[in-house]
Design a protein around this ligand. Structure first.
Ligand code: SF4
Length: 186
């Protein structure tokens, strides 16, 4: 028990120092997709803004055209920007995504938003991932142990971003559709 408390308090210290590092939901998602992509993005090489990659364009269009009637769109605080919030018996986080291919990363991105809301004493323990292109949605429940998992991920991200060296490229199935493909492999 004492070891667990010590571990959590060390993580809290690490996470608190993360404020200066401006960790965003996109960075959390990239952490689960590719650490090299995370490093490049965090260091300012944002190919998503300059790339003509069709997937990037489709993703932007999706955000600009779907769920327009939702009242609490683009809810922003600190380094966080949530697609939309729905208020009911509690607050629910909603994220719009293009492809279910990265559902695990999307889940952690959404949980990162819930984590941040809970840090501000907002009653929130759930959300929904929307995949309008495939007309699917996935309900996400924030589990008590997710606090620790998020803190671990944030600690890892902080350590990774402190390094000056770019993580090595490893060819994966997702690389051919990645906005950084030319940078890594051309
Ligand atoms: S092309 Fe592949 S290795 Fe390079 S950043 Fe993208 S996913 Fe990572």
């Amino acid at each position: 028990m004492t070891i667990l408390i010590l571990r959590v308090s060390i993580m809290i210290d690490r996470v608190e120092s993360l404020e200066e590092q401006h960790i965003t939901g996109t960075m959390v998602a990239y952490y689960f997709i590719c650490k090299r992509k995370l490093w490049l993005f965090a260091k300012g090489l944002n190919m998503e803004n300059v790339s003509e990659n069709a997937n990037v364009i489709k993703g932007k269009l999706l955000h600009e055209t779907r769920f327009q009637r939702e009242q609490n769109r683009e809810f922003a605080f600190d380094n966080i920007k949530i697609d939309f919030l729905v208020y009911g018996d509690q607050v629910y986080v909603h994220e719009i995504k293009k492809s279910k291919k990265f559902e695990d990363a999307h889940t952690w991105q959404l949980k990162f938003y819930i984590f941040n809301l809970r840090q501000k004493n907002v009653n929130c323990s759930g959300g929904v991932l929307h995949y309008p292109a495939s007309m699917r949605k996935v309900e996400i429940e924030y589990e008590p142990e997710d606090d620790l998992k998020i803190r671990e991920a944030l600690g890892d991200i902080a350590s990774l971003l402190k390094k000056d060296s770019l993580p090595p490229k490893t060819r994966k199935k997702i690389c051919s559709k990645c906005a950084y493909f030319d940078f890594c492999f051309a």
